[in-house]
Design a protein around this ligand. Structure first.
Ligand code: SDX
Length: 428
């Protein structure tokens, strides 16, 4: 017996199905609402709207829970490789050894870029922001890999998915190399996905590059922590772009553009810049006061979240990783002291407690990336690299959904009602 929800509005009483998921909030199926009542729902920012059904990632914001296909993020971050998580998100289960070997081999065979794309980079200024390069180059992939853009063909969808996952480290590393005027390095498929990325980023042709296992492990965790996150802004952008039938490369380029915003993936770059601006623990109260001041646009970057009203479980793993990396590399960073103290003060301040603002995934990640040697401008590019796995999995899920239609939200119109045109001479 389907549960229903009753709605009384101008024009009568209506009953709408209440749909239950495997876990989490039920949803009221209002797909027939406009046709029956002539009215829309109103939910800017989609704070109470489920845009789709998905089996990939589950978040419980109140409990600070994040599951990928049912597996808790802390267990994946501790025990799995990024290729395992990529396979899990894409195919729904952890791979058996043979499946993992085949998947890893397939991805490694797509890590190179078409040589002509290296010329494409030369059109950018050397000081171009890496995210501008990522948007341009990823969008341009559809001009080079046209044989995997027919979204109605499952095999082409799979090839495009593999190409995107495989090429993002190469594209990101090339963006970094281009910005510092060093030559591009080709992928080395004898290395892990993460090790290959580190070598393409920090290696030089003149000498062999030894992957530091401590840094490789930290990057593995960081990539896993950023892999997917339900229907966040950039994933929703990828789904909306994909719903029009756009090719996968264009959809992921749209996701990269959305992720760039400081309220979203750009927060890791903004959070480290903020911690550096604060500079020392004595100045923290001044910035806490600014964050609480309604007339000041300043916000604590790396704090707060649309869904998490408890600790972001990724931030916990990220903080532990920051402590480990700095200790194991024998580095000290005064910014980490500022971050720790800022977190403690904020977590005990009524404003942050009442509004349930906790550190999110972006609060500590910049400290680790800075310690490893990435410039701040590369932080969001690394987020995009890792999130491509989630975007691709969500895009495939959407395309395969028989109920999927083109996304076309409506509006509450508050503009001028119809009026007659007035020639310019008569406008006074
Ligand atoms: C990511 O959606 C995802 O899953 C995203 C992500 C992913 O993996 O894809 O998790 C990645 O984007 C993490 C978030 C990174 N962004 C930041 O760290 C930027 C700083 N945070 C904020 O801009 C904000 O918290 C958001 C954008 C993250 C969430 O904003 P919401 O849910 O729209 O909440 P809101 O802006 O309505 O804020 C609620 C209240 C407001 O005060 P009131 O108007 O109720 O008085 O809390 C205040 C806000 O002013 N507030 C903050 C704050 N965040 C919210 N005040 C100070 N500092 C902050 N960081």
């Amino acid at each position: 017996m389907t549960k229903t929800v009753n709605l009384t509005t101008t024009g009568g009483d209506y009953a709408y199905p209440l749909l239950e998921g495997s876990v989490g909030p039920d949803v009221i199926d209002i797909r027939k609402l406009y046709g029956q009542t002539g009215q829309f729902t109103y939910d800017p920012g989609f704070t109470s709207t489920a845009s789709c059904q998905s089996a990939i990632t589950y978040i419980d914001g109140d409990e600070g829970v994040l599951l990928h296909r049912g597996y808790p993020i802390d267990q994946l971050a501790e025990q799995s490789t990024f290729m395992e998580v990529a396979y899990l998100l894409l195919h729904g289960d952890l791979p058996k050894q043979k499946e993992l070997d085949e998947f890893t081999y397939t991805i490694s065979r797509h890590t190179m870029l078409h040589e002509q794309l290296a010329t494409f980079y030369r059109g950018f200024r050397r000081d171009a922001h890496p995210m501008a390069i990522m948007c341009g180059v990823v969008g341009a992939l559809s001009a080079f890999y046209h044989d995997s853009t027919d979204i109605t063909d499952p095999q082409q969808r799979l090839v495009a998915s593999h190409r995107l996952i495989a090429k993002m480290p190469t594209i990101a590393a090339m963006a970094y190399k281009y910005s510092i005027g060093q030559p591009f390095l080709y992928p080395d498929n004898s290395l892990s996905y993460t090790g290959n990325f580190l070598r393409m980023t920090f290696g030089v042709p003149a000498e062999p590059y030894e992957v530091n296992p401590i840094i490789e492990n930290a990057m593995r965790r960081i990539f896993i922590l950023h892999a997917d996150h339900e229907q966040n802004a950039s994933t929703s952008t990828v789904r909306l772009a994909g719903s029009s039938g756009a090719n996968p490369f264009a959809c992921i380029a749209a996701g990269i553009a959305c992720l760039w915003g400081p309220a979203h993936g750009g927060a890791n770059e903004a959070a480290l810049n903020m911690l550096r601006e604060i500079g020392n623990v004595k100045r923290i109260p001044e910035y806490i006061a600014r964050a609480k001041d309604k007339n000041d646009p300043f916000r604590l970057m790396g704090f707060g979240h649309r869904v998490y009203k408890n600790y972001d479980p990724r931030a916990k793993v990220m903080q532990a990783t920051a402590e480990e990396v700095l200790k194991e590399l024998n580095l000290s960073d005064p910014v980490l002291d500022v971050a720790r103290e800022l977190e403690q003060i904020a977590l005990h301040d009524d404003y942050f407690v009442e509004k349930k603002l906790y550190p999110n995934v972006d609060f500590y990640s910049g400290i680790i990336l800075n310690a490893i040697g990435f410039p701040t401008e590369m932080f969001t590019a690394l987020f995009a690299l890792a999130r491509t796995v989630g975007w691709v999995a969500q895009w495939n899920e959407m395309i395969s959904d028989p109920e999927q239609k083109i996304g076309r939200p409506r509006q509450l119109y508050v503009g001028a009602t119809q009026r007659e045109y007035v020639p310019v001479a008569a406008r006074g």
